[in-house]
Design a protein around this ligand. Structure first.
Ligand code: CA
Ligand code: CA
Ligand code: CA
Length: 297
């Protein structure tokens, strides 16, 4: 009986390895009620966070030879740079199998595991140095302040440095009614020649929200980075660059799927002195963004 089971398991594993090219390993493999396995992404799909659920078959100790089934589910999760990915065997012609596979995202090249998927890391522009990646696990008060919007709305329900899937980030979450906003405020000024880059991870949202940057100091501009219906609102890590040029604020946004958006905003003063608020405004029921990997010139 056991030998019979091992053969399809072996074929299933080999088939996965061949089909996705990446170095998947099998963490868990179980027999499921045929056809009961469903998942929200596409099998061994490292690019998209997903979840899997199935009726798992458990042999009964008595009477011998009989089985029970129990419902089970799992989300794709990260442990450091290792992705644990649920996959249904029916995607690969094995409706009676389901597995949790693991993949070290760094083996794909310039990838890291973030929020249940392997995502491409955007290398920082040349000549930039790390400002903060929150790897200390707490907010460095010499580098940052947490601020309300200059318009005075209350702070969001959650904010602070948190470990999200093995990586410390600055986490902002709003999950109650009302218009709430939280910003990270770098304790430094910017002027002509300065650059500031970061990763802005739009994790989830329902209805009204905006990833926002406020330019303050010698000029005041409210800058929407992501917002549904007006600006792109792709889920995932956005790579944002602010470059202060002579009388011009050059903004580059690279979306998770690689779309590049460039904006140039007129700065009225020559070599003005500016500060930045970087954060999230939400007036819908839920919005979650994480900020990480700030680089500066
Ligand atoms: Ca999957
Ligand atoms: Ca996946
Ligand atoms: Ca980090």
């Amino acid at each position: 009986m056991k030998k019979l089971l091992l053969i399809p398991i072996f074929i299933f594993v080999i088939f996965l390895v061949v089909i996705v090219i990446a170095q998947w390993n099998v963490a868990v493999l179980v027999n499921v009620v045929p056809g009961s396995c469903v998942e929200t992404d596409n099998g061994a799909d490292y690019e998209n966070p997903g979840s899997i659920s199935a009726s798992v078959i458990i042999p009964n100790s008595y009477p011998p030879g009989t089985n029970s089934s129990v419902p089970a589910s799992a989300d794709d999760v990260c442990d450091g740079d290792v992705l644990f990915e649920g996959a249904c065997g029916n995607t690969y012609g094995y409706p009676g199998l389901a597995g949790i596979l693991s993949l070290n995202c760094s083996e794909l090249g310039n990838y890291a595991c973030q929020s249940g998927a392997c995502v491409a890391i955007q290398p920082p522009s040349q000549n930039l140095t790390l400002y903060d990646d929150f790897s200390s696990g707490s907010l460095n008060n010499s580098l940052w302040e947490i601020r309300q919007d200059v318009e005075g709305q209350p702070l969001t329900d959650e904010y602070g440095v948190e470990n999200e899937n093995g990586n410390f980030v600055f986490h902002i979450l709003k999950n109650s009614t009302g218009d709430k906003r939280t910003y990270l405020f770098p304790n430094r000024t910017f002027t002509t020649g300065d650059k500031f880059e970061w990763g802005s991870n739009l994790v989830s949202y329902q209805d009204g929200f905006a990833g926002m940057v406020l330019l303050t100091g010698d000029q005041y501009i409210r800058i929407g980075i992501q917002t549904p219906g007006i600006l792109p609102d792709e889920i995932g890590v956005w790579h944002i660059t602010f470059e202060f040029q002579q009388n011009n604020l050059h903004i580059l946004r690279q979306s998770p799927t690689g779309t590049i958006l460039i904006d140039d905003l007129v700065l009225n003063q020559q070599n003005g002195i500016y500060t930045l608020y970087i954060g999230l405004a939400s007036w819908g029921p839920e919005a979650h963004m994480d900020f990480d990997n700030f680089y500066t010139s």
